[in-house]
Design a protein around this ligand. Structure first.
Ligand SMILES: [Zn+2]
Ligand SMILES: [Zn+2]
Length: 297
């Protein structure tokens, strides 16, 4: 059992509240980017007072073909924080200890919260995008996950191209070192090695596919995407361009991410939201009014 210090606000919370994602339990408490202090519950991995993180993935079967192959993110019996079980928009939360992350205490809870989903999913998206060392990465949509992923990529030598709507997002992208910033439909000035679509809009996918070079990869990061328009084989897929989805994460993704966060200059741009105003903050996410990450305290 964890006393919640902070809980990040994610677009998936919005999808759940708006019904794009059917709740798996009536009245479930959303929130799956939880940072808190262990207060009890008989955990062996953690002592009372330890700081832990609770993420989206909170249970897998451990015996199916996917779990045994190291792809527990694809486990058909997986369960999720704030969807199957109550999440972190609360004073206390519980989590099976094997699915909690040990977190550093030298950063604030607010600063760490966005890494629990935006960071982990962004990290997995970057792996799925097959970006070569020093390669050119396109990012479509520049919200919470994208701004952390951009930093992870540039800190490891990538060149960054950001296509997004909203001047605040474009400004944040420039401040984080994007060499090119444009509108969603703009073609970046040079062919890209990889692109990640963070915008929940299927009509962005063809733009991303046209922007990558032969052999390039486009990864779609969202859990929910509006319909992808009809693709033209020659324009969008031929020359061995790959289109891949990203589904949740494994615990290993999370552990690797927190090791990287400790040694790379990656930090979340956060706006703190009082706990009682989470509804308003979700509407800010819906209307693209929030730059960076929103965190409820
Ligand atoms: Zn999330
Ligand atoms: Zn399984």
């Amino acid at each position: 059992m964890v006393k919640v210090e902070a809980c990040g606000i994610c677009r998936t919370d919005l999808h759940l509240c708006e019904g794009d994602l059917e709740p798996r339990r009536p009245g479930v408490v959303p929130g799956h980017q939880v940072v808190g202090l262990v207060v009890g519950g008989g955990a062996e991995r953690f002592a009372p007072g330890d700081r832990v993180g609770i993420a989206w993935l909170r249970g897998t079967c451990g015996v199916c073909e996917f779990c045994r192959a190291g792809s527990e993110n694809l486990c058909p019996r997986s369960s999720y924080t704030g969807w199957d079980a109550d999440g972190g928009f609360a004073e206390y939360a519980v989590v099976p200890q094997d699915y909690a992350y040990a977190l550093p205490t030298d950063r604030s809870a607010v600063e760490l919260a966005p890494f629990l989903c935006a960071g982990i999913i962004g990290y997995r998206s970057l792996l799925r995008a097959n970006l070569p060392p020093g390669g050119r990465l396109g990012i479509y949509g520049f919200g919470s996950s994208a701004h952390l992923t951009a930093q992870l990529a540039t800190a490891q030598g990538a060149e960054l191209f950001v296509m997004t709507r909203g001047e605040r997002n474009r400004e944040l992208a420039r401040s984080l070192g994007a060499g090119y910033v444009g509108e969603t439909a703009d073609r970046p000035p040079v062919p890209l090695d990889s692109a990640i679509v963070f915008a929940p809009a299927g009509d962005v996918v063809p733009y991303a596919l046209e922007a990558v070079k032969p052999g390039g990869t486009v990864a779609v990061a969202g859990i929910h995407l509006s319909d992808v328009p009809v693709l033209n084989y020659e324009r969008h897929l031929f020359h061995e361009r790959d289109l891949r989805s990203v589904t949740a994460n494994t615990r290993r993704d999370g552990e690797e991410l927190f090791r990287l966060v400790e040694r790379l200059p990656v930090s979340a741009h956060t706006t703190v939201v009082p706990f009682a105003e989470v509804d308003r903050a979700l509407s800010d996410v819906a209307h693209g009014r929030a730059a960076g990450s929103l965190v409820a305290v």
